[in-house]
Design a binder for this molecule. Sequence first.
Ligand SMILES: Nc1ncnc2c1ncn2[C@@H]1O[C@H](COP(=O)(O)OP(=O)(O)OP(=O)(O)O)[C@@H](O)[C@H]1O
Ligand SMILES: [Mg+2]
Length: 590
Amino acid sequence: MDNFKRLLRYLRPYRFRVAFAVMLMFVVTLSAIPMPLMQKQVIDVAIPKKDRDMLWLIFWGVIGLYLVRGLVSYTLNYLIGWLGQRVIFDLRFQSYRHLQRLSLAYYDGRQPGKIMARLTNDIDVIQYALTQGFVNFITDVATVFMVIGWLLYLEWRLALLALAILPLYVVNYKLLLSRIREVSVELQERRDKMIATLTEKVSAIAVVKAFVREKHETDYFMETVARNFELGMVQTKLNRFLGATSQFIRMLGTGGLLWYGGSLVMGQNLKPGELLAFYGYLNYLYDPAVRLVDFNVQVQWALAAVDRVFETLDTRPEIIDAPDAVHLPTVRGEVEFRNVTFGYDAEQPVIHDVSFRVNPGEIIAIVGPSGAGKTTIVNLLARFYDANEGQVLVDGHDVRKVRLETMRRHIGMVAQETILFSVSLRENIRYGKKSARDEQIIAAAQSADLHDFIMSLPDQYDTKIGEDGIKLSGGQKQRMAIARALLADPRILILDDATSALDSHTEANVQAALADLMKGRTSFVIAHRLSTIMNADRIIVMNEGRITDFGTHTELVNRPGVYHDLYQEQFKTVGDLSEEERVRLLSAAA
Ligand SMILES: Nc1ncnc2c1ncn2[C@@H]1O[C@H](COP(=O)(O)OP(=O)(O)OP(=O)(O)O)[C@@H](O)[C@H]1O
Ligand SMILES: [Mg+2]
């Protein structure tokens, strides 16, 4: 319920509209009163007196009443629709903005589909409760109270009879409530799971097909939706049962009224028209009463959704600016790790007591077996995660004490997995720097050995990627990512296996261009190929989360250790290298 109050707070900026809407609701409610009275007038006054003028008056009265009512409820629904959409807009916008702020650790622990479900499904459920549900709730509560008062005034004995059955509604509802809630919550969870499965499996369709798992995946999905079907049916049954029993209770009331009211008319204690009017008001009593019960069911749904949406909004980003964070307009590019220990799960460190210092402009290669912690090192430098112990320093500033945004602007990264967006090639490269001019984009593409390829496409730089555009090869994607990072013109460049998908010829081209660009920038190059590694000034050798060696190629190759072995291994395959590389390699070895 606290969360529901919090949701209502989203209406606060629009309180005048809300107030106006509530006023209109009362007009709609009040407009319920005249109709049965007019019926009564026809039966009790106009017909006995044969008063045709009065019939005409009532005719125009009914038309007028419905015109006004129609107009008011149109305005009301428009207003409420607007309010609902607006709150949803705010909520979605806020959630998305918050998701952008949350740290990688948040995403590590969640399926993307489940995160999406918050912003789509859940918010839709809330919208329904907030708009239609909310209007119904207010008008119904108002109507019920107004009609009760009015009935008591008209004929209190009949009114008490009509009211006597209302508690039955409540009891009936309470009996079913907990089951209804349980089912709603489970159903929503199932839906989330379904979306999560869909997003994951649809984007991995190639893997599914490669391993001929289509049938298995279909069966698995079938299981999920079969359970949804079951639950959906349980929910339908519960709702219908609630509906049917409510109808039955209502009929008890109606039957009782006809019987007792009829006998009052026979005893001349009530006029026929009054009985008719009474009967008319009964709809205004029971319909809202049933709807209120139903509204409660919707609220159960909405509350579960509200809880989940706020859960996301309440997750605090782990990586945030310290209050005293400094702004670093420029950096030289000195990087130091001081006794850094880190684990994605703090209990299980994957980086142990790592220390090293890199001078501005140095090119550093990081080598080591898979899982050694190379990517983790650069993740810490980019401050995707914070160290558990020790410090990461740039130009002597602890990265935790530097404003995140300015810090990251100095770092350009080509990540191990290349991600491009479904926009044009130009826009994909421009992602590195929004203000880049076309010449700069072309220059970046040239450095990444992409320009000729792009120019050979019919739409050149305007060629779209994805859905209705081209699909790029792994190596082309990597070069796109390199161009993007280069465009950002960072002081610190991180290339995480950035050339792994390139053939040796293309790699040599890219390397040559990169070598130029790396000049004057501190660069971290994670690579497995010796030819790439040898371009570095110094090499960090990692194993099992520790730095086992650090030095120049010549130093390392002459010491026994991981690097020496790696060198020996690749040296054997030197026959596969290009002429140029072979010369370089042999001269370095000499
Ligand atoms: N997001 C993550 N959450 C939890 N553990 C992770 C995460 N990323 C990596 N790890 C773990 O951290 C360890 C180091 O991983 P890291 O990615 O740094 O290795 P790497 O040296 O880059 O390997 P590779 O050469 O295969 O890319 C591994 O044991 C891995 O299981
Ligand atoms: Mg890695």
